[in-house]
Ligand binder design. Structure first.
Ligand SMILES: [Zn+2]
Ligand SMILES: [Zn+2]
Length: 258
């Protein structure tokens, strides 16, 4: 049984647990080590039991607690070499590190993880395809646009964690300075609700998608009801939709297969 728990998602920190019966991994460590442990313990889980922590990219909201997690709980950090290079000041060399190349398939315990390159303004940026037996989960946050390659790699997932960062009208009428609005809205920024809805609808029509969690919602430029409504309106068939919170972990969500 493949299962996920979003520990929290947004510009103040990201961390997502994915597990099956015998392997548990973390995607990103964007909260302090103590906060990651606190949120895991709410579900009676311990960081010591993590098989690995995958890092999507070097921005602080994805990497903040990575060093301490590795040192205190002996967790292997897995990242692209360019991410390692760009974040070298955040590590002192005593962490347990492993590298992966884009599209490399990693066997982590009984989970199979494939890295998926995404468009974002960082040294390297990664999404993931995670498989347990024939159940699969896709993870795509921090991307300005979805590529054909993203579609080809994730088209058959059962569950998708997908960025729905902003509503474009809220962004452009909102409080950000112009250069930041342009950055967020660019092809290497963050994904809008409508672009997110488009990709989710595509997978729901052509693939096996059964459920989705909208993630990395902007607190200034989005609203969870609006994000949810935008995605629902675009879908031609009903699938389960969850919205990730910044301050509260989600309940455990089982990846169901059609
Ligand atoms: Zn981020
Ligand atoms: Zn980022």
């Amino acid at each position: 049984m493949l299962e996920m728990i979003m520990l929290g998602s947004g510009s103040r920190g990201n961390a997502c647990l994915v597990k099956n019966e015998d392997t548990m991994i973390l995607i990103d460590a964007g909260f302090s080590g103590a906060e990651i442990r606190r949120r895991m313990q709410l579900e009676n889980l311990e960081p010591d039991d993590l098989e690995a922590c995958l890092i999507t990219h070097e921005h602080g909201d994805h990497i903040r607690g990575a060093s301490i997690l590795s040192k205190r709980h002996k967790v292997h950090l897995l990242m692209h070499p360019a991410t390692r290079q760009a974040s070298r000041k955040k590590f002192n060399g005593s962490e347990r590190m492993k590298h992966f190349e884009m599209k490399e398939v990693l066997e982590l315990g009984s989970l199979r993880v494939t890295s998926v390159p995404t468009l974002h303004d960082s040294a390297s940026s990664t999404g993931f395809l995670i498989e347990s037996g024939d159940a699969s989960l896709g993870y795509l946050t921090d991307l300005g646009a979805v590529t054909e390659d993203n579609f080809l790699m994730l088209r058959n997932v059962d569950f998708l964690v997908m960025e729905a960062n902003h509503d474009r009208d809220m962004l452009w009428n909102g409080p950000y300075p112009p250069h930041l609005k342009a950055r967020v809205d660019s092809r290497v920024g963050h994904l809008s609700n409508t672009d997110s809805a488009e990709f989710i609808a595509l997978l729901a029509e052509l693939g096996k998608l059964n459920g989705v969690m909208l993630a990395h919602l902007s607190e200034k430029n989005n609203d969870s009801e609006l994000a949810l409504a935008t995605v629902r309106k675009r879908l031609k068939r009903k699938i389960q939709i969850f919205v990730a919170g910044q301050d509260q972990p989600s309940k455990p969500i089982e990846v169901e297969q059609k």
